[in-house]
Design a protein around this ligand. Structure first.
Ligand code: ATP
Length: 233
């Protein structure tokens, strides 16, 4: 469904990704883990079209994404929830959610909104409240809900647990699991490697912009190197 082949990318003269290859199959939940600065966010931003790869190729559902702009990529069903959520704090929950559906028809938006409210009943209760006045966990739900409004086939999440307490993190992870159960593929970047590997079908370990290891979630949870370097075990 999504395939990166030998992708290199970076910022100006700084090369961050050195020939990354990875793939996501339909319906799969795939994780990218790795230390701070390993290039996880850069990988997602390259897939979303915000950063142009200097070499290599990215394709989504068989079509190359080279030269496509972020909104074209999102319209194809590859949608990212950015790190740090980036909500419009002064706008209401509903206004923030509606922004995610701008490429869809009114009927599609209504249907998507019903689904988002079903997944996050609290957002329906709070729909007229400014987003800035929600708790961190609720804001993360708005950010995920806004991405779902675009009706993704593949949802990319960048550190959804950032700044959340363990209980709220657990809630966010169970929502991710439910999203996957609806048939949406998920590519998730996370610091919380243990929880993420338990959730993931497969995962890639990034080190200094390269894929150092890959395997099923359970294989990597058992891997001695992963356990000492990333799981603190
Ligand atoms: P973290 O978990 O800390 O977010 P990460 O694995 O997501 O780390 P990236 O954010 O992809 O890592 O950063 C990889 C490298 O790229 C780092 O060395 C970082 O300093 C650099 N970098 C990130 N964003 C920019 C930018 N806008 N301009 C220049 N360098 C950047």
């Amino acid at each position: 469904m999504l395939a990166l082949e030998n992708v290199s990318a970076g910022y100006g003269n700084l090369q961050v990704l050195h020939g990354i290859s990875l793939e996501v199959q339909p319906g799969e939940l795939v994780a990218i883990i790795g230390a701070n600065g390993a290039g996880k966010t850069t990988t997602l931003r390259t897939i979303s079209g915000f950063i142009r790869p200097s070499s290599g190729s990215i394709s989504f559902e068989g079509e190359p994404l080279a030269g496509k702009r972020p909104h074209d990529i999102a319209r194809r069903g590859l949608v990212q929830v950015p790190e740090g959520r980036s909500l419009f704090g002064g706008l209401t929950v509903l206004e923030n959610l509606s922004m995610g559906g701008y490429t869809r028809t009114a009927a599609e938006r209504e249907e998507a909104l019903r689904e988002v409210y079903e997944l996050f009943p609290v957002l329906k209760e709070r729909r007229d409240q400014p987003a800035a006045t929600l708790s961190g966990g609720q804001q993360q739900m708005v950010a995920i809900g806004r991405a779902l409004m675009a009706r993704p086939r593949l949802l990319m999440l960048d550190e959804p647990s950032l700044g959340l307490d363990p209980k709220t993190t657990g809630r966010v992870f169970s929502v991710v699991e439910r999203i996957r159960q609806t048939g949406v593929a998920v590519l998730i970047v996370e610091q919380d490697a243990v929880k993420t590997l338990r959730l993931a079908d497969r995962a890639y370990v990034l080190e200094s912009g390269e894929v150092a290891l890959q395997g099923t979630g359970s294989e990597l949870l058992e891997d001695q190197k992963v356990r000492s370097a990333y799981l603190g075990l």
